[in-house]
Design a protein around this ligand. Structure first.
Ligand code: GLU
Length: 506
């Protein structure tokens, strides 16, 4: 790592739709690296492809980073000294570099129309614009100089393409993969500046990373094939000495390890791939996100950090602070990381367990209100949350696990018990009701021994009586310790539920 340079990294998404979890992981790794080195994390919006502009997509990116706690030091909405932070707003700066490359012999004007290129693709199945055929196509390398000048002065639409060397080897040291080498002759002459004057990704990414003094780049492995073009551009523009260090992050794979995880896999296998809900403005299609499905941001971030990285120990639960401290490029794996939704849910479960009630209560309050519980004692909500927390995979499970504390059970699961019911059992519970009515101290620690002594005296088995008791209070065979439920529901409510449910067993 170039030691003196101030660390400046960037996350450079194209605002084309919902943010894939792989994109958020890229942002996270950039962020962790920056914060570990007291550096800056920059958000740059790569929106030069106007045909792919999607309203709302940039706002979504800001909201998503904010939700994850990955806050940029510089961004379009919090600009620093290296703006603008949207590539489209940087448009005027790119042409000069493309022209400089032409003057230096590293690029050329291409006048081929879309139809002409289509024709070539029809003729040659694997058509690529490259050193092999560029002299047969319509560009400033194949046309006489006067013809090029005429076309330019008459304003004929044209692109500017990089002139990839026919036979050169370029290499760089990837922070994760080590030495990576490419044969330039195998790479096509990428378009650098489009006919509308907008740069393509290849030119813009190099010009902007240079202008914004980016020191390190963490980006997805899918960008590795573009690296030779970028390497040459850094060199051709005279900036080789300032080139950032690169790390190409391993792909996030489908659960079976067969290829890159896509949104479609999520739809097919029933799990989210986007960080947050995304409503496609054109089709209206809604894609569910981790946030709306009930993931805590801490759990989402923790899960992402471990997709392709670990700290070398068995530790799996990390706070953002710990991640900043422990993150290390050396421990990022080279091979793809399989996405495991069950594991993602485990992270959420662990994080719910480890998060204080105070932090979870606003969401729980909202959930109760959404389910029509408008007034509930805050002390009861707090105690119920403590009682069921261990059982929640998602916060939304709270309602299913704990609604009986706030509303009467809708149904009682008595069918399996009815056939084994007898008058002794009815008498037993009638006695319990009397004992409870006279009870002055309503505490689990008092009620439990009382109840159990009574069972012992009856000569009946524990299970035969405990299960019906639970069903009387809860409605079903679930929930926390039944005496804790007894205490929390309160004397009056317990007695009333017992009286109401008892006849159902007969
Ligand atoms: N705009 C690219 C993307 O959408 C950024 C690639 C890079 O980081 O160089 O992922």
């Amino acid at each position: 790592m170039s030691s003196q340079k101030k660390v400046r990294v960037r996350f450079a998404p194209s605002p084309t739709g919902g943010l894939h979890l792989g994109g958020v992981r890229t942002a996270l790794f950039n962020y962790l690296f920056a914060k570990q080195h007291q550096g800056d994390f920059i958000l740059r919006i790569e929106d030069t492809d106007q045909t792919r502009f999607v309203p709302g997509a940039e706002e979504y990116i800001h909201e998503c980073l904010a939700w994850c706690g990955i806050s940029p030091d510089e961004s379009p909405v919090t600009p620093g000294a290296y703006g603008p932070y949207r590539q489209s707003e940087r448009k005027p700066s790119y042409r000069q570099y493309a022209e400089q490359l032409i003057n230096d012999g590293y690029a050329y004007y291409a006048f081929d129309t879309a139809e002409e290129l289509e024709e070539q693709r029809k003729l040659f199945a694997n058509f690529r614009y490259s050193h092999e055929n560029r002299l047969n196509l319509r560009n400033s390398l194949s046309l006489p100089e006067e013809e090029t000048q005429r076309l330019l002065s008459e304003g004929h639409p044209h692109t500017i393409r990089i002139k990839m060397p026919e036979e050169e080897t370029v290499s760089f040291d990837d922070m994760i993969r080590g030495r990576v080498t490419f044969e330039t002759g195998l790479v096509d002459d990428k378009v650098l500046l489009k006919a509308d004057g907008m740069p393509t990704y290849h030119l813009a990414v190099v010009v902007d990373d240079h202008a914004m003094k980016i020191s390190h780049i963490f980006r997805g492995e899918e960008w590795l094939p573009s690296a030779p073009v970028h390497l040459l551009l850094w060199e051709y523009l005279g900036w080789a000495a300032e080139m950032p260090e690169w790390a190409h992050l391993p792909l996030i794979l489908k659960p079976d390890g067969n290829g890159k995880l896509s949104k479609r896999d999520g739809d097919r296998l029933g799990f989210p791939v986007y960080a947050m809900n995304w409503a496609d403005p054109k089709s209206g299609e809604l894609t569910k996100g981790f946030r709306e499905l009930g993931f805590l941001p801490e759990a989402f971030v923790n899960m992402l950090a471990l997709l392709g990285w670990n700290d070398g120990t068995d530790q799996e639960i990390f706070t953002m602070e710990e991640l900043v401290e422990k993150f290390s490029v050396e421990r990022i794996s080279k091979s793809g990381a399989k996405f495991d939704y069950e594991k993602a849910k485990w992270f959420n479960h662990e994080w719910i367990k480890n998060t204080t009630n105070d932090q979870l209560l606003p969401e729980i309050d909202k959930l109760l209100k959404d389910n029509g519980v408008l007034t509930a004692d805050p002390a009861l909500i707090d105690a119920v949350l403590s009682a069921v927390k261990e059982r929640l995979t998602f916060l939304s499970d709270f309602w299913q696990q704990a609604s009986f504390f706030f509303v009467h059970p809708e149904r009682y699961d008595v069918e399996a018990i009815k056939p084994k019911w007898n008058t002794d059992k009815t008498a037993f519970f009638e006695d319990i009701v009397h004992i409870f009515e006279e009870q002055s101290e309503w505490k689990a620690a008092v009620l439990e021994p009382l109840f159990k002594d009574k069972i012992a005296q009856s000569g009946m088995k524990m299970g035969e009586l405990m299960l019906p008791y639970r069903i009387m209070l809860v409605g079903g065979k679930f929930g926390p310790d039944v005496f804790l439920v007894t205490e929390l529901l309160g004397q009056e409510e317990v007695i009333s539920r017992m009286k109401k449910a008892l006849p159902l067993f007969l």
